[in-house]
Write a protein that binds this ligand. Structure first.
Ligand SMILES: Nc1ncnc2c1ncn2[C@@H]1O[C@H](COP(=O)(O)OP(=O)(O)OP(=O)(O)O)[C@@H](O)[C@H]1O
Length: 262
């Protein structure tokens, strides 16, 4: 469980990263954080990971305020982890298996436990078939799966995903969405940032809308993603399904139902 109370962060040059953010993982299981370029999504994620120390406000992890001591940050990072948009920045070893095993090794688990956890995570993302291949020969989508396996191997319970679908072809994108849904049903909290309104609308149950460092709206996905005025004000678009439903004079739910039934 992760919570922010009035969290604010300013960069050294005075640029405003985030302002007075209230946030809670209690709100949903797959939570979307949306906002146009420069809205503050990356800054917010870095604050959630404890990589940036806010000048004011509180980050609360499992009921305890993060005080940025080594102990507090260790505990935070054991349960909260990030999958970067670019997997190249997250893979450190030249071999797939070794890269995924790195996390469990650092946790000083037994050899048996390291092997078991590594294999389980590789299978989870269907990367076991190429686990002995050098990373340099993998496709972008395969590297993405390896980077997710690496995060899963840390056994965290909150996973931040930065633009998870970027760079993936339609089949890989669909596999990624299924994986996110599977992880959520396994009890992991997923927080994902994206500009892709269709993906957010399809997969998230709760959405936070960021603009110029502030959370200007939050609520169930149906509420936020049909609020044309708010989305337009932040240079975001309605999801395609919502646009089509509007043109047809029906509700997105009714249209979704019709599509599923036909
Ligand atoms: N290292 C930095 N130093 C100074 N200012 C920064 C730094 N990183 C981000 N900013 C500023 O903080 C604000 C929020 O940026 P941030 O990268 O968090 O937005 P974002 O929503 O992730 O954008 P994008 O969708 O383009 O990735 C912007 O005004 C940006 O210029």
């Amino acid at each position: 469980m992760l919570e922010c109370k009035k969290l604010s962060f300013k960069y050294n040059d005075g640029a405003v990263g985030i302002t007075a953010i209230d946030f809670s993982t209690h709100k949903g299981n797959i939570i979307g954080v949306i906002g146009s370029n420069g809205a503050g999504k990356s800054t917010f994620f870095k604050c959630l990971l404890g990589l940036l120390k806010p000048q004011s406000g509180e980050l609360v992890h499992n009921g305890e305020t993060v005080d940025y001591s080594k102990k507090s940050l260790r505990s935070l990072r054991q349960s909260v982890n990030l999958v970067l948009q670019d997997p190249e920045r997250q893979i450190f070893y030249s071999n797939v298996y070794d890269d995924v095993a790195m996390g469990p090794k650092n946790l000083k688990l037994s050899e048996e436990e390291i092997a078991h956890r590594t294999m389980t995570c590789l299978k989870e993302v269907q990367a076991d078939s190429f686990m002995d291949r050098p990373v340099q020969y993998l496709s972008f989508g395969q590297k993405k799966r390896v980077s997710i396996a690496g995060v899963l191997a840390l056994s965290c319970d909150v996973i931040l995903l930065d633009e998870p679908e970027t760079g993936l072809d339609p089949v890989m994108r669909s596999d990624m969405l299924k994986l996110i849904q599977k992880l959520s049903t396994q009890g992991k909290k997923i927080i994902l940032s994206s500009h892709n309104m269709d993906m957010i609308y399809h997969i998230c149950d709760y959405v936070y809308l960021m603009h110029q460092g502030s959370m200007i709206a939050s609520g169930p996905v149906e509420t936020i993603m049909t609020n044309e005025a708010k989305l337009q004000a932040t240079r975001l678009e309605l999801p395609l399904l919502v646009k089509v439903a509007k043109t047809m004079g029906t509700s997105p739910e009714a249209l979704k139902k019709t599509i599923v039934e036909t």
